[in-house]
Structure formats: C-alpha cells, structure tokens
Design a protein. Structure first.
Length: 278
C-alpha cells in the first residue's frame, strides 16, 4: 500500500466509534470524580468562611488562590525548578530501570548477583539518604533529581524485570532458532509483551518521583516548591503552603496523565494491568 493512499473508511469508522464508546462509557466516572473535587472545594470554602477554624490553620480556597498574584512567592520560578527535578529524575528512572531490567533478562548471572542487592537498597529509608547525598553532591537541583530518581527507579526496575520474565520461553526459543538477535528479540517480543508491566510501574514511579523531589527540597534546596513550604512555615502562612501543595499536585497529575496517555497509545485496553489507578 502506498503512503499516499488514504485509510479505508470502513476501518477508520469503527475505530472512531470504539474511541467514542470508551469515552462515553467512562463519562459517568469522570463526572463523579469532577463532582467530588468540586464538593471538597465547596466544603473547604464553607468551613473556612464559617470562622470555626482560624485562618492560619485553614485558609479559604479564595485566599489560597490569591497568593498566586503575590510576587514574593515566585511561583513560576519555584514551580519550574520542582518540575525539572521531577521530570528529569523520573525520566532517568524509566530509562535506567528498563535498561537494567533488560540486562537482567539477558544474563542470569547478573540477575542472581545484583537483583537481591537492588531489593536490599530499595528497602533503605530514602529520607535517611538525604544527609549523605548533601555531603556527596551538595545543595542544588542535582541532589533533588537524584532523590526523585532513587524513589522511582526501584519499582520500575522490579516490575519491568517481572514483565520481561513473563514472556513465553517457547516463543523466545523460536525466535532464537530463527537467528534473531538479542535486540530484535527485545524490540519485537520482549518489549511489546512487557509494556503493560512497564506502564504499571511507570504509574507508581510517577507518584514516587514527586515525593522524591519534595523530600530533596526539604533537605537540600534553595529553590523549589518544597523549599518555599519550609520558608513560609515559620510565618504560619497556611495559604502559601496550601497553594504550594496544590501546585505540586498539579505537577503530579500532569506527569501521571502523560503516562496514562502513552499507555492508551501503546497498550491495548485488554492488556493493561489494573494494579494502579487509571
């Protein structure tokens, strides 16, 4: 078929219908989720406006939103720093997690030697590594990227390694008998088969990457939303802290949404794992 030939409308129409059906089927779930978020905002506003709780403990949503227009918080700069830490640390975790898991699938010796070590390291309380990373790397964005990387790397590695092991051995033996190279086996057999596991791990890693960046900013930072929260805490500025939490949540939602979108593109619906919220 030539590249200029148009897609068969008899094929394209059912695809569009299927996508619309999926959206319409999920519409009640989306509506309920949106309604719950609006209800929480309404209850928050009513409780804060009632005077039952002091403003320095629970500011109203309007007061929290108004902090966006105060230049002293430098929201744009601090949000950008935290976003770079989250996305860079997470991207490194995905890349290294998949590559190391692939090496484990290629070499049983590597798997036997290093996989138990990685499991042990993953059990170390990550906050306890904060002072050590400050000594080794100093204060700054690099340290916080490493924090985000460490927290999200291990679940991606462990789950991806499991997914690569789930491939049918007979299928791998067949491809090897046809003189398929390791890279061909990975690209044609292992990667497609492990994608549901990879994306399941990526969803967990996306949540942990946000936590890792914030832990890093609490320990070693001079910029970022976590650093800003520490600064306004001493001033009992609850509105600023709430706004920082909201912006952090939005960054996490953005990253998680990107992973969900990629999963919907590359993994068919029936093959998706239900271990993480979608």
């Amino acid at each position: 078929m030539s590249s200029t030939q148009k897609a068969d409308p008899r094929i394209a129409a059912p695809l569009r219908k299927s996508q619309w059906t999926d959206f319409s089927d999920n519409l009640p779930r989306y509506a309920i989720g949106l309604g719950m978020h609006l209800a929480v905002l309404l209850i928050w506003q009513l409780v804060a406006s009632s005077g039952m709780v002091p403003r320095f403990i629970l500011p109203s949503p309007t007061a929290t939103f108004m902090t966006l227009f105060e230049p002293r918080y430098q929201w744009l700069n601090n949000s950008w720093v935290t976003a770079v830490e989250i996305f860079c640390g997470y991207g490194l975790a995905v890349a290294f997690g998949v590559v190391v898991a692939l090496l484990f699938s290629w070499s049983r010796l590597l798997h036997m030697a290093f996989f138990p070590l990685f499991i042990t390291i993953s059990l170390v309380p990550k906050v306890a590594l904060g002072p050590l990373l400050v000594i080794w790397l100093g204060y700054g964005i690099t340290t916080n990227i490493i924090f985000a990387f460490i927290l999200s790397f291990f679940p991606i590695l462990i789950t991806t390694a499991r997914g690569l092991r789930e491939i049918e051995p007979d299928l791998l033996d067949l491809v090897r008998s046809l003189k398929g190279s390791r890279m061909q086996i990975f690209l044609k057999i292992q990667l497609p088969g492990a994608l549901p596991y990879i994306f399941s791990a990526m969803k967990v890693g996306a949540i942990l990457a946000v936590a890792g960046a914030i832990v890093g900013e609490f320990v070693a930072a001079s910029h970022g939303l976590g650093y800003l929260m520490i600064q306004v805490q001493g001033q009992l500025d609850a509105a600023g802290m709430f706004m920082a939490v909201i912006l952090l949540t939005l960054l996490g939602v953005l990253l998680y949404g990107i992973v969900l979108l990629l999963e919907r593109i590359f993994v068919v619906k029936d093959a998706r794992l239900s271990g993480a919220p979608a």
